[in-house]
Design a protein around this ligand. Structure first.
Ligand SMILES: *Cc1c(COP(=O)(O)O)cnc(C)c1O
Length: 392
């Protein structure tokens, strides 16, 4: 390896924060509005709602907190069950447990990597029974309280089918759209497809507030319930509270960062799309590699781009490729280990999860920061091809 190559260090996904963000955050600090009330919080909430095609949005301190409150607001109670894909980041199932419920895991679709509606429908039909007050899990006796699809890599799930399951079974649908701000479903913004939709603005997401999240939805009363829960369930301006509440609001300093990031969302989405297209073209015709899904019905945000590696054709595995790529200065790592394989979730109700089991170890996200140069991306491509060549 040449010295030139050894000096490269290309991170997987880093935030893109510039002088405008710095100035806006400094202004917010100087204004004295540093806590969870302030003009930037209002501006950010309005902006997030606008991008989502909804009237209302609530900014919260993390995506996980947004999921937690969305589930409670949607009526999830301790002892309930929430159906969700096993193939997700831990926050999805964690939030279900924070609400006092347990997850039931379903498989994902091979060509979207999002919740499989057929598997979800089958689970409901076969493992739940109708009683006068709802659908109950036959073996655990738990009530089905919500369905929670995940918009994997910013790709909206098959929402027509999933929303229909929600309607037919009279259960709310809460979407984990952590990485999907700016996505479109059948050419429309995604904020009103299901009851509540939750974003994350953690540092590695497409836009960031440092740490943060938001909940959007069409139903003003439901959004108001999320806001109420997030602000200690306070009633009026005194110290009256009408239930156990949470302190989950985003700070005005974080929102100031978010306001500038939101203005730059089109720039970031364009960069993510460009990066995805460049990888797709570069690996086209390599039999062991397939790009991450990008289904026609949606405009994905392409949060992460990368490849699925068929080990029988590649002659190597993703963990070994990660080691080889890291040695060449390419900052990659393996991707989500499904939730049903985590020790604390092994006993949760689930379907066979055969596709999830077959694919998760083959997923290799590649560097996709919005600031990634074409030259650095070409270097990543060359490194991947070099690693494959060496084993064959
Ligand atoms: C990032 C992420 C979250 C959690 O967001 P935080 O803001 O880190 O709490 C939830 N679900 C998925 C799918 C994510 O990628």
């Amino acid at each position: 390896m040449s010295i030139h190559q050894a000096q490269r260090s290309i991170p997987l996904a880093v935030p893109n924060v510039g002088p405008k963000e710095v100035a806006r955050v400094a202004e917010a600090v100087a204004s004295g509005w540093v806590s969870s009330v302030g003009p930037e919080v209002e501006e950010f909430e309005a902006g997030v709602a606008r991008v989502s095609g909804t009237k209302k949005g609530v900014a919260v301190a993390s995506g996980t907190m947004g999921l937690h409150l969305a589930l409670i607001a949607a009526g999830v109670k301790p002892g309930d069950i929430v159906i969700s894909p096993s193939f997700s980041f831990a926050a999805t199932a964690n939030a279900i447990c924070h609400a006092g419920a347990i997850p039931a895991f379903v498989d994902i679709e091979p060509d979207t990597w999002t919740m499989c509606p057929a598997d979800t429908g089958r689970l409901i039909r076969e493992d739940f029974e109708q009683r006068h007050d709802g659908l109950f899990h036959r073996t655990t006796g738990r009530r089905l309280a919500a369905i929670m699809p995940v918009y994997t890599n910013g790709t909206p799930a098959l929402i027509d089918e999933i929303a229909a399951l929600g309607r037919e079974n009279a259960v709310p649908v809460v979407a984990d759209a952590a990485a999907a701000i700016g996505a479109l479903y059948k050419n429309a913004p995604i904020g009103s497809l299901v009851d509540l939709t939750v974003y994350s603005f953690n540092g590695n997401k497409t836009i960031t507030t440092g740490a943060g999240g938001a909940v959007v939805g069409e139903d003003a009363a439901l959004i108001q319930r999320v806001r109420h829960l997030a602000t200690t369930a306070r009633v009026g301006t005194g110290y009256d509270h009408d239930q156990v509440g949470y302190n989950y609001r985003m700070s005005n300093i974080e929102a100031a960062l978010g306001c500038v990031q939101l203005e730059r969302l089109p720039e970031f989405l364009a960069a993510k799309g460009r990066i995805r297209a460049r990888y797709e073209a570069a690996f086209d015709g390599v039999p062991s590699l397939t790009p991450f899904p990008d289904p026609q019905y949606a405009q994905s945000t392409h949060w992460f781009s990368g490849i699925r590696v068929d080990p029988s054709l590649a002659g190597t595995t993703v963990p070994d490729m990660v080691k080889e790529l890291n040695a060449r200065g390419v900052g990659v790592r393996t991707f989500w280990k499904p939730m049903h394989l985590q020790p604390h979730f092994r006993e949760m109700p689930r379907t066979s999860l055969s596709f999830t089991d077959s694919m998760w170890e083959q997923v290799l996200p590649l560097p996709c920061s919005t600031s990634l140069s074409a030259e650095d991306q070409d270097y990543v491509v060359d490194c991947v091809k070099d690693v494959l060549r060496r084993v064959n």
